[in-house]
Design a protein around this ligand. Structure first.
Ligand SMILES: C[S@@+](CC[C@H](N)C(=O)[O-])C[C@H]1O[C@@H](n2cnc3c(N)ncnc32)[C@H](O)[C@@H]1O
Length: 358
């Protein structure tokens, strides 16, 4: 088969496989197969999962022909299906930091939310309202759970200034998470550092309500959630030099007015305060992203969500792949003279822009 014909065949197969894997992830079939921990018949999988045998049979055929699940059908015995542990470790919820299964849901979710609107956007150039993505915050929380639970308190925060930030968090400082969504990171930090005070800022009320609810459930008295537009913070005297440390996890590239949001962050920091911007690892120059291991995936997420969201309110429509050169320039324009761009060995998707307010 000619090279490109083969590539097209692979694309059709892998696209279909991604969709089926998303369904498997949502219905916890990978978790069930992991727990079974041995080759299992269709009846055994149906019983362990409580799912329809006929649907499972069709789904397992996709997983077997797609090389995700192994088929064992020797000696006239009934077919048995086995999820190898080395596959399960990337697909099941108990994957200890390498959960890529959760990402299989992203393109199907964005397709169901925004396919028509994106097609229309090609004609009109208009943005897409956040309300078109009703399940998005819930999905972001799943991603945040998968990422932050294992990493935030144990690896990320200790890496900031060689442990000095953790010392300060332990003795008590004021912290803000900008674009906190449903507050997964914020609540984890608040629980780990009871002497510090935590403020989550977002402009999506349902997400904030969920964050508050989880904080209350965990008895966290050191966390508050504020409904604010990040672009309108600068000049709000109540927030002038209010925080010692600010973080923003994957939140700046979604802003309609990212420069204003960064200026707001600079405004809220005390002199010498720190800002950790965690954002997508990419180059601003397309040609430099040719070897990006997830280029098409991330540009597609951007097309289906980040870019049209960022076009709202006469926004810049920055897009998820804005890249480190543009990020560094924008941070500088916002008043951050000292920016270190750091790789994180436990997070291949993102860069850590560590900024100090002079
Ligand atoms: C990709 S989500 C990241 C959420 C969270 N930090 C996480 O890692 O799960 C981006 C967040 O930025 C918030 N956001 C977007 N524009 C905003 C604005 N102008 N002001 C405040 N928050 C905003 C969204 O509501 C959303 O919760």
């Amino acid at each position: 088969m000619a090279d490109f014909e083969q590539k097209m065949t692979d694309i059709l197969n892998y696209g279909a496989l991604n969709l089926a894997m998303a369904i498997g992830y949502k219905n916890r079939i990978f978790d069930v197969l992991q727990d079974l921990d041995k080759p299992a018949t269709l009846d055994e999988i149906a019983e362990a999962s409580g799912l329809s045998k006929r649907y499972l049979k069709e789904w397992l055929a996709i997983m077997v022909t797609g090389g995700i699940v192994e088929l064992q059908s020797a000696g006239g015995r009934e077919d048995a299906y086995f999820l190898p542990p080395e596959h399960a470790s990337f697909l099941a919820r108990k994957s200890n930091g390498t959960n890529l299964g959760v990402y299989t849901q992203e393109i199907p979710l964005l397709t169901s939310c925004a396919m028509d609107s994106v097609n229309k956007g090609f004609e009109t150039g208009e943005g897409i309202s956040f309300s078109k993505y009703p399940d998005f915050q819930q999905f972001m929380s799943q991603l945040a759970d998968a990422k932050h639970e294992q990493i935030l308190v144990e690896k990320f925060l200790p890496s900031v200034e060689n442990g000095k930030l953790v010392e300060r968090l332990t003795s008590g400082i004021r912290v803000c998470d900008l674009g906190c969504g449903q507050g997964v990171a914020l609540n984890l930090m608040a629980r780990a550092f009871p002497e510090s005070e935590f403020t989550g800022i977002d402009n999506h009320e349902p997400a904030l309500a969920r964050g508050r609810q989880q904080a209350a459930k965990n008895g966290l008295a050191n966390v508050v959630y504020r409904n604010m537009d990040a672009a309108a913070i600068c000049g709000n005297k109540d927030f002038y030099q209010k925080f010692d440390y600010i973080c923003a996890f994957d939140a700046i590239h979604d802003q309609s007015h990212p420069l204003e949001a960064l200026k707001g962050i600079r405004y809220m920091l005390v002199p010498g305060g720190l800002f950790s911007m965690i954002d997508i690892k990419a180059s601003t120059v397309l040609a430099e992203n040719m070897d990006h291991p997830m280029g098409p995936f991330l540009y597609t997420v951007s097309l289906m969500h980040c870019m049209p969201i960022g076009l709202n309110d006469n926004g810049t429509g920055l897009g998820m792949m804005w890249g480190r050169q543009k990020a560094r320039d924008m941070l500088k324009q916002a008043g951050f003279e000292h920016v270190e761009i750091l790789d994180m060995e436990y997070d291949g998707f993102n860069l850590h822009y560590l900024c100090r307010a002079s």
